[in-house]
Unconditional design. Structure first.
Ligand SMILES: Nc1ncnc2c1ncn2[C@@H]1O[C@H](COP(=O)(O)OP(=O)(O)OP(=O)(O)O)[C@@H](O)[C@H]1O
Ligand SMILES: [Mg+2]
Lengths: 492, 324
């Protein structure tokens, strides 16, 4: 066995989040770890990579008992990890980030030439030659940052590589690159632990699958013997057939429209959002999808064109003006833009309503409403006073959803709404989105997951290079969307 | 080509303060000239460079602490203390100079270590920890000394006054410290780790950086720089003085110089080149106002305005560049 965790337990502030969990990994194996949000996957991975220390249990690496006092020791022993949340310094270059903590040095000085060359080599080895080692990380898009994150882990030359939801922010073709990479590493005899909510990936890549639930080990299966249905049953403890909620039966009235909208990143935007409808936005990373949502939310406003809300012209100059007009925005980058990490879960849920209405007005009713919403979407936490930074990624996402629901918005902008959310919760979020639409809201939903985009949308608007490439009706195929997004197919 | 552009961009982040310096010197030069004086007369240049030297060395040390996301408020008291240690150990005799230097370096490094340990091991906020250590030293000084003490041999006093052409030796000392600091920050792993720790402590830790050691290291460097300034001031005064640091306002001034130079107070971005520019700018303003013999109160107002304006401009430029 390359890596063996046995009977690992861990508590935070007296709350037990892992109960005697075991996991083993062979050289050249891809071992998938799945489970609901808050099941303890990331915690287990952090223990394996030295970021946390277990309260009890043992870790063996190639047969040797080890105990890592910190990430540095784990790295030295050959255990690398790609964390679920980004771990990059935005102000520094790609090369500086990749070699952070183990910069090559010569006679006491950092060997920048070698650092640059090694980074370029690593980038090329995973087919990302387009990325310059000298680029400043903060200026890269999310997908490119994810690639830097992967390269950073590769630079360690690890024997064990842990990937905690590595594809959450990747588009389909980038996922393919990652697949190829995982297989290559596997051939080199590296053991890979692969945490993901995307079951298709799990079945494509893994040799074995371990299921965690509520901090306990449910089972470890050979992938060849498992079926998606069985896996879901293990994860949620019940049968769950994922179907998308029924679409709108009739087109609603026009709620929001943009004509001739443009700014530094967008041009000639013509868009209509109708109440009762979910308008899906497709396109490649960097095609302007998020820029569109940010413009509608006043975060990077349109500099030209006109926006009408319920038939009246409206100027969306700032997020505040958008929030006051009843527009809500669930951002793509949860850590940087979605959370006030040191505030409680309840405070985070109340953030938007408190911002637009006086603090003293209806305080209790609002808190009660937020509690109800939080309960409704099954947030898994120690209590409403827990600081949100301690919640698992998926649960943080749910709190952000609750924040905007509390405003009963007229227009909802979702940017990758189910990123990092487990299967059970995903269905709940889909139902919720549909319910909001049928209650009269106009919904715009950006998604890189094609099945989600196709399954949820009443209309699909595809973007390319900052402009709208075309619109597809419900029932369009994946090929239609990809064709429009890449420009290999003309608008119908 | 891309490398060149990268270089230019790197310079750009600390360039603002140098532009401001040129403008200040031009406008100041004209004003002083209209007033019947000359800003570029040898004596004014010397006084400007001497002013810059003392503050410069402290501010370079402070740059390390601030880049790492910390800060040191004890430097002013460290300066006073080390000026006394230097002068008293020398006691007028040249033979004691090496011991005195060693004592100053050891004591200041010890204080830096204490600051660093309080911040990393006891997790005390840097502001509070270094303020506390500073007050401790202050108490000791006030209890033990009423006025100047010790004496510095004349040969050492020369360090404070000698110069090569218009350039004082002390300024060369500062330049040497600046170059060394620049090399450390740009070219060593410690320097890279300092910026990483200031940029994001968690990221640095999870990347395998020994964050505690780095923070402690920056505090030791910061304190040693203050110690060197203490030595320099003792050589200028010919004796140690218990209030030379705090009366010179070296704590807040050094922080102001660092921030003027474009280093972000929260850490993770900036550098020594900017700090030297910031120090030069403050020294230029001082010299200009001294030459014009205006109300010192007005001088303070102008410095305040300059600092606020500088930080506001940096913030605006960053926002324009699309970064928070
Ligand atoms: N540092 C911490 N302090 C307190 N509680 C924590 C901390 N880290 C994790 N937890 C708690 O431990 C539990 C497991 O979290 P973990 O992040 O391991 O879940 P996960 O399985 O990775 O979920 P997700 O799929 O949402 O990423 C959660 O209830 C979370 O709130
Ligand atoms: Mg997780």
């Amino acid at each position: 066995m390359l890596l063996e965790l046995s009977e690992v337990s861990k508590s935070f502030f007296g709350v037990r989040v892992l109960h005697e969990v075991g996991l083993s990994l062979q050289a050249g194996e891809v071992h998938a770890v799945v489970g609901e949000n808050g099941a303890g996957k990331s915690t287990l991975m952090k223990i394996a990579s030295g970021a946390y220390q277990p309260d009890a249990g043992a870790i063996r690496l190639a047969g040797q008992a080890v105990s890592f006092r910190g990430p540095r020791e784990a790295q030295a022993a050959g255990v690398g990890i790609i964390h679920q949340e980004f771990n990059l310094l935005p102000e520094r270059t790609v090369a500086q980030n990749v070699f952070l903590g183990h910069e090559p040095s010569r006679r006491g000085f950092v060997d920048r030439g070698a650092m640059h060359a090694r980074t370029a080599e690593l980038l090329a080895s995973i087919g990302a030659d387009g990325l310059s080692p000298d680029a400043t990380v903060g200026r890269l898009g999310v997908a490119q940052q994810q690639i830097v994150e992967i390269v950073k882990a590769l630079a360690l030359d690890a024997r064990v590589l842990i990937m905690d939801e590595p594809t959450a922010s990747l588009a389909d073709h980038e996922v393919q690159v990652l697949y190829a990479l995982v297989r290559k590493l596997q051939q080199r005899g590296i053991g890979i632990v692969y945490v993901s909510h995307r079951l298709a990936e799990v079945f494509d890549l893994s040799n074995r699958i371990t299921v965690l639930k509520d901090g306990r080990l449910v089972t470890t299966l050979d992938t060849a013997q498992a079926t998606p249905e069985a896996l879901v049953r293990h994860m949620v403890g019940r049968e769950l057939a994922h179907y998308y909620p029924p679409r709108a039966t009739q087109a609603g009235t026009e709620r929001l429209s943009v004509s001739g909208g443009g700014n530094a990143k967008l041009r000639g935007i013509e868009l209509r959002l109708c109440s009762g409808e979910v308008t899906g936005i497709g396109g490649l990373q960097g095609s302007g999808r998020s820029a569109l949502a940010r413009a509608l939310f006043g975060a990077q406003p349109f500099t030209s064109g006109q926006v009408l809300l319920d038939g009246r012209p409206i100027r969306l100059r700032s997020p505040r003006s958008a929030v006051r007009a009843g527009i809500a925005y669930v951002t793509e980058d949860r850590k940087a833009e979605g959370l006030t990490p040191r505030q409680s879960l309840l405070d985070n849920a109340l953030l938007a309503t408190r911002a637009v209405r006086p603090q003293w007005l209806g305080q209790r009713a609002r808190a009660a409403n937020a509690r109800q919403l939080l309960a409704g979407i099954e947030v898994h936490a120690a209590g409403e006073d827990q600081e949100i930074r301690y919640l698992s990624g998926g649960n943080q996402q749910k709190v952000i959803l609750a924040r905007w629901l509390a405003m009963t918005p007229r227009v909802l902008l979702f940017d990758e709404p189910t990123r990092g959310i487990d299967v059970g919760a995903k269905a709940a979020v889909h139902d919720l989105i549909r319910r909001l639409a049928s209650d009269g809201a106009a919904v715009l939903m950006i998604s890189s997951e094609l099945p989600e985009l196709l399954g949820m949308s009443d209309r699909i608007v595809v973007m390319r290079d900052g402009a709208i490439a075309g619109e597809l009706p419900a029932g369009a195929s994946e090929e239609d969307v990809v064709g429009l997004a890449t420009g290999t197919r003309a608008a119908p | 080509m891309t490398l060149l552009r990268q270089r230019l961009a790197a310079i750009d982040s600390t360039r603002g303060v140098w532009v401001a310096l040129v403008i200040t010197l031009t406008v100041g030069g004209v004003l002083v000239y209209a007033d019947g004086g000359s800003l570029f007369h040898q004596s004014s240049i010397v006084s400007m460079l001497q002013r810059a030297a003392g503050l410069g060395i402290v501010a370079i040390g402070q740059t390390f602490a601030i880049l790492a996301g910390s800060l040191d408020l004890s430097v002013a008291y460290v300066i006073s203390l080390t000026s006394l240690i230097a002068a008293e150990t020398m006691a007028g005799s040249e033979g004691n100079v090496p011991v005195a230097i060693a004592a100053v370096l050891a004591v200041s490094a010890g204080i830096g270590l204490a600051n660093g340990l309080l911040i990393t091991k006891l997790r005390i906020n840097a502001f509070i920890a270094t303020l506390g250590v500073g007050l401790l030293i202050k108490g000791y000084l006030e209890q033990g000394y009423a006025g100047p003490a010790g004496s510095v041999p004349t040969s050492v006093q020369r360090l404070g006054y000698d110069r090569i052409g218009p350039v004082p030796l002390s300024f060369l000392l500062m330049a040497a410290v600046a170059v060394a600091a620049w090399v450390v920050l740009q070219r060593t792993r410690f320097g890279h780790h300092t910026i990483a720790v200031g940029g994001d402590l968690d990221v640095a830790r999870l990347s395998g950086v020994r964050t505690d050691r780095v923070l402690i290291g920056t505090h030791i460097i910061c304190s040693i720089c203050a110690g060197i300034t203490g030595l320099y001031l003792a050589s200028r005064l010919g004796a140690g003085a218990p209030r030379v640091g705090s009366e010179g306002g070296y704590d807040l001034e050094s922080i102001a110089a660092v921030v003027l130079g474009g280093t972000v107070l929260a850490g993770g971005r900036g550098g020594v080149a900017g700090t030297v520019g910031g120090v030069a700018l403050l020294a230029a303003i001082d010299t200009i106002f001294n030459q014009l013999a205006v109300d010192p109160f007005f001088k303070q107002v102008v410095r305040g305005v300059v600092i606020i304006a500088a930080v506001a401009i940096y913030a605006l430029r960053r926002r324009k560049a699309g970064r928070p």
